[in-house]
Design a protein around this ligand. Structure first.
Ligand SMILES: Cc1ncc(C[n+]2csc(CCOP(=O)(O)OP(=O)(O)O)c2C)c(N)n1
Ligand SMILES: [Mg+2]
Length: 1002
């Protein structure tokens, strides 16, 4: 099907002699897809009736005629022929001739017709009708009766579009009047209201348009710039008789409504007064009405056993799993069940979510993408996601927009999401007019050309219909779609709330409103589809199910939060039926493996591929390093990724500009300099039968993309999923994902996650931005106790990792970076890993590691002790400077300059959290006469000081002071003045190395 490009014509009618070529020469900024069939010949364009919206219709006719002259009405055929043959404006139209008319009589008829003034009127009337049809398609939703309360519709009455016929006098807008109502008009190919008819009286046309566009469904779709998709939607909503349901379907619908309504009532106050549930509810805090909705989804969509749900509310039950848990309605769920209609198995997963509205959106998308990836579902035919939104949150939360923008990106698409907006026309106590500036809460979806189906939720059949169309849309076009359920909230936001304080008229109306179940039951009874008795039996049947489940729930003795996992990892936690041992094998590699990975990393593993000259030099440099048995940062990362791929571990690195690397050090994607978009990813040419490597430049969103990667990492423990910030300070736009999911996810939802955050951090004189990844914030959120020296056991290092909520490291060598990445996968459990990564160290000549540090038997060093001259005479060492990260190189340079290599020991704490108490103790014990100093380049109220100081003090039993050497407290992370930066550095390095130069406190 051709796409409509009306603008070319409307903006600039073409003369007959203009070809595509000379058009595009003149209009260089104009149509990329312009083609000769998309412009009228000049005489057609010059026809007086071709103005405004009628031109759209004629244009469509014209294209159709060009493709097949028989596809249009004979009158149009003649018109276009004449116009193309050069008929002067106003003369091209003739009414169709009877069959067998000869050409000579045709000329006579032509002149005769031309003499009749009504002919032009006839054409204009036809065009008016086409415009009218189009107006309904575009703006019919403005007059649809979407609001069950009638409030929104009343508001909209004042803004009914002029071209929608709400009374016969509005026909004048089109130059029509009541006398035209019974005239028959031909229908264009862009409508389906005719069904099998090709022409209808105007009265019937208007009636059918009203039926299609102005009842309980409002369809917004005409902004979609794809004719096939528009036609598809028109067909679904315009075809007469499509929205009819069988008796069986109606009865099932009623039964489903009974379930969800009675379930809600079972939990709600008046009913629960007679049930112990009410008591437990009081004990367990406030169950929000809206959260009951989530429990309802668990029970009636996921079909989680009711007793499992009920027993969650018994606060006396003993918890069998670790973690502080979360309120029940935030927990996730995973359930496999048979669909009785299709007889096929379906796995449903409800993702645990925090209170932060919409924060879970990208997480769901990432998990969906991963599930698709692992089952080879390349076009989303087996796995899909449905997102449920509130109206205020959908419009207000920017993450909704950020998530939409992932929807069509190759490495992030889930091939279409169904969005359901529960539009109760209120957000807590706030009216929509105070909550958003767009007409609908759903307008954000228009950015991705998603069709939006508004529906009055008091009409269950209309709801079912649009949901079916949404599902079909998703499976046909694999694009997002929105269902806007316009409804109302019967009670306040929660039990405490009195909605009459703030929405008095709305709630007066709501009190009068008959519940939707009752309304629908009455409708079906009046149709004879069910009897009163059947309806009542359905209710008591479900009430009984709830009662019995409730009784059974009393038999549960133990509360298993593990039953509430959205992503179980079968087989990961046990080995031969036993829990895995708390050990981590060596993370080293053989010399051959290192060599092999190094060779691939420094080559172009495909034929006839021309890379940039600069990149050739980089690859050659890598090759030289491999020969020297050394690695820099990029090569260390290569070794880690490349080796994990060999072990069947999928590696996925995502973030802004990660393919090349912000600092141009990585180059994981090579670009052919001669062939557009031809790329090569050497990492995917590493081993036969290796796991795939995904590296993807992301959209410019931290919140969305980090959420997505977290979701991706949820799906499987056998993947290394990394998100890299462009510069570490940008991570804070994703703070909700970090706080609500990464930091506390396991504690709340007993769900492990091994996501890795790479945060380029360091004060390098570049000013207050681009400098700090705010390590203090990550460290402040660690759950280890600063005041308790732990019991040191053989498996201490691994146990500590097992117990922590996340791991925070700042590696000073490529080898250690390599090890920590590999350890992340070789551990018998998963934990989030926060890595502060370097910038200047990427090219620092000393920040290199030997293969020797990466061979079998080697491992990640939580602390790197000083192995220089100090170890020859530890008693003579005057001070130990503890530090982390890049400042180590600045300290060693200064120590050398001051000739103190045998007096000052420098210890690098590479793993900040969990804190290496055991190794710090060894260091302190090694140098009995040394003062203890913590040195950092960050300001005193930032960086690591507040975290490490009490822990070092605990290690030494507070026997000695811990001095501070670093920058003074400050509001900004760094100065904007390079000179000040250097002076500050000189001062704190001096303080670190000289007793007299101390500034700070013990
Ligand atoms: C990010 C965030 N901000 C604020 C809140 C507090 N809050 C909870 S519900 C709510 C109103 C939500 O309105 P809507 O999206 O329309 O959903 P509804 O409650 O009406 O279903 C607010 C502001 C929150 N949970 N999350
Ligand atoms: Mg709402």
């Amino acid at each position: 099907m051709h796409r409509l490009r009306t603008c070319a014509f409307k903006l600039r009618p073409l003369t007959a002699l203009q070809t595509v070529q000379n058009y595009s020469q003149k209009q260089s900024a104009a149509p990329r897809t312009f083609s000769p069939v998309r412009c009228y010949s000049a005489p057609v364009a010059a026809e007086p009736f071709l103005s405004g919206t009628s031109s759209n219709y004629v244009e469509e006719m014209y294209y159709a005629w060009l493709e097949n002259p028989k596809s249009v009405h004979k009158s149009w055929d003649i018109f276009f022929r004449n116009a193309n043959a050069g008929a002067p404006p106003g003369t091209a139209y003739q009414s169709p001739l009877p069959l067998g008319t000869s050409l000579s009589t045709m000329a006579q008829v032509q002149s005769m017709m031309h003499a009749q003034p009504n002919v032009e009127k006839l054409v204009e009337d036809h065009l008016a009708v086409q415009s009218l049809i189009r107006a309904y398609q575009i703006r019919g939703h403005h007059v649809a009766q979407l609001d069950p309360l009638g409030i929104m519709d009343a508001d909209l009455d004042s803004s009914v579009p002029a071209d929608i016929i709400t009374s016969s006098d509005k026909l004048g807008f089109y130059g029509l009047d009541e006398s035209d109502l019974d005239k028959v008009f031909r229908l264009p190919t862009t409508t389906f209201i005719g069904g099998k008819e090709t022409a209808l009286p105007l009265r019937e046309i208007i009636r059918r348009l009203e039926m299609a566009y102005c009842q309980h469904i409002g369809v917004e779709f005409m902004f979609i710039n794809d004719l096939e998709q528009c036609q598809w939607i028109r067909e679904k909503f315009e075809t007469p008789g499509l929205m009819q349901f069988s008796l069986e379907e109606k009865r099932t619908l009623l039964a489903r409504m009974v379930r969800s309504t009675r379930y809600q009532i079972f939990f709600s106050i008046p009913y629960c007064l007679e049930h112990t549930t009410a008591v437990t509810k009081k004990e367990s805090g406030n169950v929000l009405y809206k959260d009951l909705g989530r429990l309802n989804v668990l029970a009636n969509v996921i079909r989680k056993e009711l007793e499992q749900i009920f027993c969650q509310f018994d606060s006396k039950l003993e918890a069998a799993d670790e973690g502080s848990g979360d309120v029940k309605y935030h927990l996730g769920m995973y359930h496999r069940r048979i669909n009785r209609v299709t007889n096929r198995n379906i796995t449903l997963s409800l993702v645990a979510n925090p209170s932060h509205l919409e924060a879970v959106d990208p997480v769901v998308q990432g998990k969906t993408k991963a599930e698709q990836f692992y089952c080879g579902d390349v076009d989303g035919k087996r796995v899909m996601s449905i997102l449920l939104h509130g109206d205020a949150a959908f419009a207000g939360q920017g993450i909704v927009y950020e998530t939409f923008h992932l929807s069509d990106l190759p490495s992030y698409t889930t091939h279409g999401t169904i969005h359901v907006v529960v539009n109760n026309q209120i957000g807590f106590t706030t009216d929509p007019r105070m909550a958003r500036s767009s007409p609908y809460p759903t307008d954000v979806a228009r950015v991705v050309n998603a069709p939006i189906f508004h529906v009055n939720a008091d009409d269950p059949e209309a709801v079912m219909y649009v949901c079916n169309v949404a599902a079909e849309w998703r499976s046909t076009f694999h694009k997002d779609v929105v269902v806007d359920l316009v409804c109302y909230r019967r009670n306040g936001h929660n039990e405490m709330d009195e909605p009459m304080f703030t929405q008095p008229l709305m709630y007066k109306q709501i009190k009068k409103q008959k519940p939707v179940l009752l309304k629908y039951a009455e409708k079906l009874m009046s149709e004879g589809a069910v009897t009163q008795q059947e309806y009542e039996e359905e209710i008591s049947k479900y009430d009984k199910i709830c009662e019995e489940a409730y009784t059974r729930s009393k038999d549960e003795k133990i509360l298993h939060i593990k039953h509430w996992l959205d992503s179980p990892w079968p087989g990961f936690f046990t080995l031969d039926g036993q829990p895995k041992s708390m050990t981590c094998p060596s993370t080293g590699l053989s010399e051959e493996e290192l060599n092999h990975i190094g060779e691939v990393a420094s080559s172009v593993p495909v034929e006839d591929f021309t890379i940039h000259g600069g990149l050739k030099r980089i690859l050659k440099g890598r090759g030289d390093m491999v020969k020297d048995r050394t690695v820099d940062w990029a090569l260390g990362e290569y070794m880690a990724f490349g080796s994990l791929l060999k072990e069947g571990i999928h590696v996925r690195l995502s973030g802004q500009d990660v393919e090349r690397g912000t600092f141009s050090h990585r180059h994981h994607v090579l670009h052919d300099q001669n062939v557009d978009k031809r790329t090569c990813i050497p990492m995917n040419h590493m081993w036969p039968n290796q796991a795939p490597y995904t590296v993807c430049n992301s959209s410019l969103s931290e919140y969305g993309v980090l959420g997505f990667e977290l979701g991706f990492a949820m799906a499987s423990p056998n993947a290394l999923v990394l998100w890299e910030a462009q510069f570490a300070d940008f991570y804070n736009t994703a703070q909700a994902i970090i706080d609500q999911f990464i930091c506390a996810g396991q504690a709340k939802w007993v769900r492990q996650n091994g996501i890795v955050l790479l945060l380029p951090h360091g004060l390098e004189g570049m000013g207050p931005e681009h400098s700090s990844g705010r390590p203090e914030r990550f460290l402040q959120m660690c759950n280890d106790d600063s005041d308790v020296f732990p019991k040191i056991t053989d498996d201490f290092a691994v146990r500590q990792l097992y117990d922590c909520n996340w791991i925070v490291v700042n590696c000073s060598t490529p080898a250690n970076y390599f090890h920590v990445l590999r350890r992340q996968i070789l551990l018998p459990f998963r934990k989030p890993l926060i890595i502060f990564t370097p910038k200047s160290l990427l090219r620092h000549p000393e920040a290199k590691s030997s293969f020797d540090d990466m061979l079998p038997g080697t491992h990640f060093q939580r602390l790197i002790p000083d192995d220089g001259p100090v170890i020859k005479n530890p008693e003579g060492v005057q001070r130990i400077v503890f530090c982390t990260g890049k400042v180590y190189y600045e300290l060693t340079r200064e120590r050398k300059a001051q000739g103190k290599e045998d007096k000052v020991a420098i210890s690098r704490i590479e793993q900040l959290s969990p804190f290496p108490f055991d190794l710090v103790k060894q260091e302190v014990d090694k140098y009995p006469n040394a003062e203890l100093v913590w040195c950092q380049e960050e300001h005193k109220n930032q960086g690591y000081y507040d975290y490490v100081k009490p822990r070092i003090r605990t290690t030494i039993n507070r026997a000695r002071p811990v001095w501070y050497a670093g920058r003074d407290p400050a509001a900004a992370p760094a100065t904007g003045n390079k000179n000040t930066h250097l002076q500050e550095m000189k001062r704190f390095l001096d303080a670190a190395l000289n007793t007299d130069a101390f500034k700070g406190l013990s």
